[in-house]
Design a protein. Structure first.
Lengths: 477, 477
């Protein structure tokens, strides 16, 4: 066994979709079951999700948010209280109709999202301005009955967090909406090494029931966009539908202003499709469940083994997660396994290395080898992990920027989109009709109106009228 | 406002059930919604659950377990694969029959427990002895369609962890079953300060499909028993039903041996009913989301406020979670709130205290007041938290032991159980008929056969034949 078998995954340049599925399976992130459209998240995939949870949860709590747990069921009548919301979700929910052998008097849907439950609860517990703001979040699974599914990207059940907050003023709610979007963006860039475009969705692409939807958009290796986190400002729309009122300082009864925001296991799909390669997963050190793996070479060499365990111990003391693969498999197979799992740094150490007081560090992102002295092993590993994290982000950003083009007309957009995928920047008048025409003629949708986009002298790429916005367009997952 | 209103909860000696519900509501652990039989776990309740999760998860990982996530749905045909199991659970599951507007070709139940899914997965991924053991756990919510529900104790949806492991030998699986029971018992006693009896369930009380069920049994303040965690040994029963085979070292194909074990949000019910009192919740320091609260007295006294924040800062540096309640409510109201929430230590500090370089510590468990010098505040708080943790456990254990009586005959058991609740120790021949008769005549069920129980010279309390076991009996939640 030299790892060839393990490495037999489709090349990402030949069949990107198959390559993606191969990575999910061979890196043991997921498995299938007899539950159609749902996935099993295996230990390695779940360990990545646990790290994502830990990082985000820390940021939520630091900004004053509290976790709660709402029921997983929503009575049909409750779901129907907000018109736009029910229209958006009812077609794709799973319905519970029986409890044991009895038919229920009212159908319950398995939550596709929990706005309605939070609204009902807030209407119950918020009475006065003193009760505001309420900054709640929940970690849970949700269900949307998708027709076609793909691991992490689209499955009938997925894990996520959904934040739901209510505020005394619209200003405060808007500030919260953007604060959480920025937390998502920072998390993506600093931890996952995924560069994102922050912006607002067009009306057409808004969340069902929202007044404004903000998004972070990432570009995958194949040039397809992936919405990686969203934050919604609801105004007082739900508040009116659910009668969420409070007594303000001025003794006036007022409606609350509301937000919601979410990131799901979908982000693991983004992680895979941004960084990984034909050898398998590539994980940024800041999210990798295991940052370093040591592979001792030379059968039953106790000196090598002892030294490997010493190195592991000292790395762990520095807070660096570290595993040792001293299994009986050939070195080549163990190298290939470490590569498939995307462990950022691999340490190879054999009897000859020991004699020379050195070892080999292999960085997963570039597969470059580095010979280092055993005297400085900890410093070298720490330096290398930092270097990998930074260069993974930079590489992804340069690629994203390279794949971002500007066009002035619909014809140019069409020609470009037939040639290659990527972000397309183009001016837009703000009319739904033009947006619809773009989708019809190119299959491309608006990704977002970037926060820093100018619209000074632009003309709409479809109708030629004065532009309202610069927009990022693209194919999307 | 002096906190009287807040304190208006039913006395536990007058109406224990109402007292319990009052605590759940007034300490803001839960709320109700329009989803019948399900509860909302509010921030304070969820913070307790997060601490429980953190403590247990650490212990699981230290013993080599990995977390995974299985689908929340189970196809009807999969649930039916193991006969005893489906008989145990089918009557109380929720059925999904429609996805969007389409009727499903096969009904899916919302998982009441996930043995079947884990079995299917293990059958897929375990091929050789090299793949064993697999030590998986998942944190999730499960659904059982209960007729009558109570917060934490019995609700249609609840949160839990379910561990599922497979092993090459029955010895190893049995060892795992007991190892996890011991982890549960240690957690209950060391962290929750709840004394438990470890033992085995009788055949009648076994988990559906198990060869042996082990349990930890706690006794509530009112003398009713609460099963607080269970660990099941399945032998190869599920393995045969699901064809879970592996190639052993000796080149023989063999069935795996299996375990499962779980603790749920029910344990929060045990926590409440073991320690709390007529002033509200009482939390052991080792699980309390906030260990200390500081209540500055004297309006707008900056010196008192500054000193309070200094104390909070220094306690946090010592890793002691600490809040300050400097709201405009009266001191009495703030004291009552801190008591309702069961915060282990309250620090009262006013201008006169400052002058004398002292403050008052109030321990929540006994409501005793302690005057301490501000110079030793940290040492005194640390000492007091330890003292509270220990004495809460001891007090619960002494009460439990006081409420544990022995009887020799069914007549004695009947008389005793009509007089008071509690554990009843009695010898039993092992026959189901005698066990059934006890239930019929007294309403009492077997709680467990304790690990350290002798059965040397005993006679069955019903039939008078030689006893097989000493058994703990009792009324149960």
């Amino acid at each position: 066994m030299d790892g060839k078998e393990l490495k037999e995954i489709t090349s990402r340049d030949i069949d990107f979709a198959q390559w993606y599925t191969d990575i999910c399976k061979k890196a043991e992130l997921i498995d299938y079951s007899s539950v159609k459209g749902c996935m099993i998240i295996r230990p390695y995939g779940y360990a990545i999700w646990e790290n994502i949870q830990k990082e985000l949860d820390k940021r939520f709590k630091e900004t004053g948010h509290q976790n709660v747990y709402m029921p997983m069921f929503i009575p049909e009548s409750l779901l129907q209280k907000e018109k736009d919301h029910v229209e958006g979700f009812a077609p794709e929910v799973a319905w519970v109709t029986h409890g044991g052998s009895e038919e229920l008097s009212e159908r319950l849907c398995v939550r596709p999202t929990s706005e309605t439950l939070f609204c009902e609860h807030y209407a119950n517990i918020v009475k006065s301005y003193r009760d505001l703001p309420k900054l709640y979040n929940q970690w849970c699974s949700v269900v949307r009955w998708e027709k076609t599914t793909r691991p992490f990207l689209r499955s009938r059940e997925f894990l996520w967090q959904e934040g739901h907050t209510v505020h005394a003023t619209s200003e405060e709610a808007k500030e919260e909406t953007l604060k959480m979007l920025n937390i998502y963006a920072d998390f993506c860039e600093e931890v996952l090494a995924i560069p994102v475009i922050k912006g607002e969705k067009t009306e057409k692409e808004r969340f069902a029931g929202a007044e404004a939807t903000y998004t972070i958009e990432a570009l995958m290796y194949n040039g397809v966009a992936l919405q990686s986190g969203t934050s919604h400002y609801f105004g007082d729309g739900f508040a009116r539908a659910f009668n969420m009122k409070f007594m303000d300082r001025d003794n006036q009864e007022k409606y609350v202003y509301q937000t919601s925001w979410g990131v799901s296991t979908r982000i693991i799909g983004a992680l895979i499709m941004t960084h990984s390669d034909d050898h398998g997963l590539v994980l940024p050190p800041n999210i990798a469940p295991t940052k370093v793996t040591i592979i001792p070479i030379g059968k039953n060499n106790t000196e090598v083994l002892d030294r490997s365990y010493d190195i592991a111990k000292i790395l762990k003391l520095e807070g660096i997660t570290c595993s040792i693969d001293d299994s009986e498999k050939s070195p080549g197979f163990r190298f290939a396994e470490a590569e498939m799992r995307g462990i950022p740094v691999r340490i190879e150490i054999g009897p000859r290395d020991l004699e020379n007081n050195k070892c080999i560090l292999v960085r997963r992102d570039t597969l470059e080898k580095l010979e280092v002295s055993l005297d400085n092993i900890v410093e070298e590993v720490i330096k290398l992990l930092l270097e990998i994290q930074n260069s993974m982000y930079l590489r992804a950003k340069i690629r994203r920027d390279d794949m971002t083009k500007s066009v002035l007309t619909l014809a140019e957009m069409k020609a470009l989109s037939e040639k290659e995928n990527g972000f397309i920047k183009a001016y837009w008048c703000g009319d739904r009709a033009c947006e619809d025409q773009i989708k019809e003629e190119t299959g491309i949708t608006s990704r977002c109106i970037p926060f820093n986009g100018d619209n000074q002298d632009g003309k709409c790429l479809v109708c030629g009228k004065d532009a309202k916005h610069l927009v990022y367009w693209g194919k999307q997952y």
